[in-house]
Ligand binder design. Structure first.
Ligand SMILES: Cc1cc2nc3c(=O)[nH]c(=O)nc-3n(C[C@H](O)[C@H](O)[C@H](O)COP(=O)(O)O)c2cc1C
Length: 239
């Protein structure tokens, strides 16, 4: 099938729609952001791109801090709401009945209802055009303990996270596979092939033994009366 070509645009989906909390414990705000992601592993760095016209923009620029709060099905309404209302008119924490949680390294509150909150410190601001990109270092990650099992493993599938894709919010219902599964599958296929080869060799060995046993039986089963071996008789019979 041919593909339709469109003019340049923003079409890398799915992406997260996060709730970015900013300000401090008294004057705080939440802005929904979809232009966000990881940009470096070590040191852990991420970005958010914000239009300078947003109320949150100055809060983030002035403090140099923000918190990325991941969103799930339960937070979908608040995510959408915080993405259409401005903090200059409403108190988003209050209106959405969200709880402020004290962070460890930044003054901004975390959203308690979010399954994962990420404390970020701005390192650089890139004025790209419509949006200014805040490049930030991750200072700490806070994961809701109800998703952590007794061995300390975090089960992200239980968080019920949502994604944003071309104007819609989506759930991530089913895990397809784990990272590196194609490698494991190749190894498994290789292993299966090896097993089949071993089985074949064993079968050949067994067949060889059966053949030898048959020859021995023929040699020792000479029938005195008919002056031929039983097997000759058998061969005559089946021909
Ligand atoms: C799903 C979604 C994603 C959004 N992503 C961004 C974004 O990446 N950057 C941005 O500046 N605004 C984004 N917005 C718009 C802001 O969240 C919105 O203008 C908000 O009202 C700004 O709040 P504030 O004025 O309190 O800062 C998004 C809105 C929605 C609903």
């Amino acid at each position: 099938m041919p593909k339709t070509m469109w003019k340049p645009g923003t079409f890398i989906y799915p992406i997260p729609a996060v709730m970015v909390s900013c300000g401090d414990m008294e004057i705080s705000n939440i802005i929904t952001v979809a232009w966000t992601g990881i940009i470096n592993t070590n040191p852990a760095m991420c970005y958010i791109s914000v239009r300078p016209t947003r109320y949150s923009y100055e809060l983030i620029k002035n403090s140099g801090e923000f918190v990325i709060n991941l969103t799930n099905r339960k937070l979908a309404f608040a995510t959408d709401w915080c993405g259409v209302k401005s903090g200059k008119d409403v108190d988003k924490f209050k209106q959405m009945h969200l709880t402020k949680q004290t962070a460890n390294f930044v003054k901004c509150p975390m959203i308690e209802e979010s399954p994962v909150s990420i404390e970020c410190k701005v390192k650089e601001i890139k004025e790209l055009g419509s949006h200014h990109m805040f490049l930030a270092e991750v200072l700490a990650i806070h994961a809701d303990e109800k998703y952590i099992d007794e061995k300390g493993a975090f089960d992200i599938s239980k968080c019920d996270l949502i994604a944003y894709s071309n104007g819609g919010y989506y759930t991530l219902d089913k895990k397809l596979e784990s990272l590196g599964f194609q490698y494991r599958r190749k190894k498994q296929i290789k292993g299966n092939k090896k097993m089949r080869k071993i089985k074949r060799l064993n079968n050949n060995k067994e067949n060889g033994i059966t053949l030898i046993a048959l020859i021995i039986t023929i040699l020792f089963s000479y029938d005195e009366k008919s002056k031929c071996s039983n097997s000759e008789g058998f061969l005559l019979y089946i021909i």
